[in-house]
Design a binder for this molecule. Structure first.
Ligand SMILES: [Zn+2]
Length: 146
């Protein structure tokens, strides 16, 4: 009996920790959202003309030259899923077209691979470009605890 309740408590605490880790948003230098790819950091950022941009950084958050990383970005508005065509920049990738105009927030999936044969890591981002009144960041990159 005692063992069983201990296990229940452990499972409960474990689920709280997992939920917190999943929701914690780290802000990037441009005002976007910081993601991890292998040992590197990558920032997902939406430019003024609504293009989706991914910038890679070194450990000190200085822009890093684009290496072998592979990025795929899929927008999932109600009107239907759309994979964005990307072009390379000095430090990452930017979409050739703007993110679809649609009722927000909608889901954007950013898939990062350290290199072509590495296992992909998917980040699901709720695209909401409204500005948060507290941290003054766009809501998709809001670092507040609400
Ligand atoms: Zn905020």
């Amino acid at each position: 009996m005692k063992m069983k309740s201990l296990l229940l408590v452990a499972a409960f605490v474990g689920s709280i920790l997992a939920a917190t880790a999943a929701e914690k948003i780290v802000g990037g230098p441009k005002g976007g959202r910081l993601l991890e790819v292998g040992s590197q950091k990558a920032e997902f950022f939406v430019t003024k003309d609504r293009k989706a941009e991914v910038t890679f950084y070194d450990a000190g958050l200085k822009p890093a030259a684009l290496g072998a990383q592979v990025v795929a970005i899929t927008a999932e508005p109600k009107s239907g899923r759309k994979t964005l065509e990307l072009e390379k920049t000095a430090n990452g990738y930017v979409s050739k077209t703007a993110l679809p105009e649609s009722a927000e927030p909608y889901r954007v999936v950013v898939q990062l691979r350290e290199k072509a044969d590495a296992s992909p890591k998917n980040y699901r981002i709720d695209l909401n470009l409204d500005k948060c009144g507290e941290c003054k960041r766009a809501e998709y990159a809001c670092t507040c605890d609400h």
